[in-house]
Ligand binder design. Structure first.
Ligand SMILES: Cc1cc2nc3c(=O)[nH]c(=O)nc-3n(C[C@H](O)[C@H](O)[C@H](O)COP(=O)(O)O)c2cc1C
Length: 387
């Protein structure tokens, strides 16, 4: 067993174990990938302020996200097709998150269904909703999430239309994979992934197949999903969804101050500052660069979380110090899952936790809830450069 000391170690194993089409699916951004790249490189521009001779005994990374206790303010982000990265991937990731004491978010486009994950876990998880044109289906999804005792509805707002990822088109990405000679050749080199998949509970989208009339196979499914995302989603509809749900709502995919104000106005319990991991609007600024502006606009009105680009505990620390109350990780946990299944997700969380805890101590802080702008050195033009 290799010694895993950081998220990049997991990524290297992940790249070897998972079929190319699913590696590319996770490891891509839209179009030129500028936003995807800057999500990580912008974190590097922010530096931490080292402090010494400060009592660092009795530290804690514990905090709250939307009123829920968390071992550290890092939730697993909703990631579609997680169950294609590793057999029963959503169940394994949810179990790892539960054991660690952080929230897991199940994507609408997951392989394991809401019910599968509810059965396999004991604590409530979050459910991420894509709103569909078929309003009855959207309503049924919400009802299923309620029946599964999900503790938050995460409504994703930045994917009503799909940003283009070149590799997905070239690879013919689908669940289960399209079997071209090239795909078969690649799959044959990924035997441990394949053996796992043979025993998987599901290989289709578990929240859709069997829940929509006429969807039974891969081709009817892809035709349905391609035309189902609701292009007319607006703030009135979001307010209505919030009412139907009746519980905690997180609005995910906010990257602009005006939208953040609207999200606060419709009564969101939290917003996630996110550009979908650089997978949607290529050319948008990174989440971390937009965070200070959004904090200025709504930081006193709504809880603010951040994702996109987090690959370490130091990145989490920077987001918290710039005002976020919580963060989400996408690829960082997917690497762990694809590399080693459930223990890999646990390892990803352990790595990030240790980096967060030790860096916090070296910044002279004892609690993540006390982190602030005073812990950072930020270039003067970090937020002001873009008008
Ligand atoms: C492979 C992949 C699939 C994703 N699928 C979804 C999804 O189904 N729903 C959603 O709201 N966000 C989805 N996202 C976006 C993540 O929730 C999150 O915003 C993003 O991964 C954060 O960036 P990071 O990967 O750099 O941490 C996906 C991201 C990736 C990488």
């Amino acid at each position: 067993m290799p010694v895993i000391t950081n998220i990049d170690d997991l990524k290297r194993i992940y790249a070897r174990r998972v079929p190319k089409m699913f590696y590319d699916y996770a490891e891509s951004g839209s179009w030129t990938e500028q936003t995807f790249r800057e999500n990580t490189t912008d974190f590097d521009q922010i530096r931490l302020r080292q402090r010494v001779a400060v009592d660092m005994a009795g530290r804690s990374t514990a905090s709250h996200m939307i009123g829920q206790e968390v071992a550290m303010p890092v939730a697993l982000a909703p990631v579609g097709l997680t169950g294609m990265q590793c057999a029963d991937g959503e169940i394994k990731a949810a179990r790892a998150a539960e054991a660690f004491g952080v929230p897991f978010t199940l994507s609408t486009m997951s392989i394991n269904s809401i019910e599968d994950v509810a059965e396999a876990t004991t604590k409530p998880f979050w459910f991420q909703l894509y709103t569909m044109k078929d309003e009855d289906y959207t309503r049924r999804l919400i009802d299923r999430a309620k029946a599964a005792n999900c503790s938050a509805l995460v409504i994703t707002l930045d994917l009503q239309i799909l940003g283009q990822r070149h590799k997905d088109l070239k690879n013919g990405l689908s669940a289960p994979p399209k079997l071209t000679p090239k795909t078969i050749a690649n799959l044959m080199t990924k035997w441990s992934w394949g053996i796992g998949m043979l025993g998987a509970k599901r290989r289709h989208f578990g929240n859709i197949v069997g829940h929509v009339d006429g969807i039974s196979d891969a081709s009817s499914l892809s035709a349905w999903t391609a035309e189902q995302f609701d292009l007319t989603l607006d703030w009135d509809k979001i307010a209505k969804l919030k009412e139907i749900w009746g519980g905690k709502v997180i609005l995910k995919g906010i990257l602009d101050e005006e939208d953040a104000r609207m999200a606060a106005k419709v009564g969101a319990d939290a917003i996630t500052v996110s550009n979908h991991g650089g997978r949607q609007l290529d050319g948008a600024l990174s989440s971390i660069r937009m965070l200070p502006r959004i904090m200025d606009a709504v930081g006193d009105q709504v809880e603010v979380h951040l994702d996109s680009g987090i690959r370490s505990g130091q990145d989490v620390l920077k987001a918290l110090a710039l005002g976020a109350t919580g963060t989400m990780i996408g690829r960082a946990f997917v690497y762990g899952l694809g590399a080693m299944g459930q223990p890999g997700v646990t390892r990803a969380l352990e790595v990030i936790h240790k980096e967060l805890d030790v860096s916090m101590a070296l910044c002279g802080e004892k609690s993540v809830t006390k982190l602030g702008r005073h812990n950072l050195l930020v270039p003067e033009d970090f937020t002001g450069r873009w008008a």
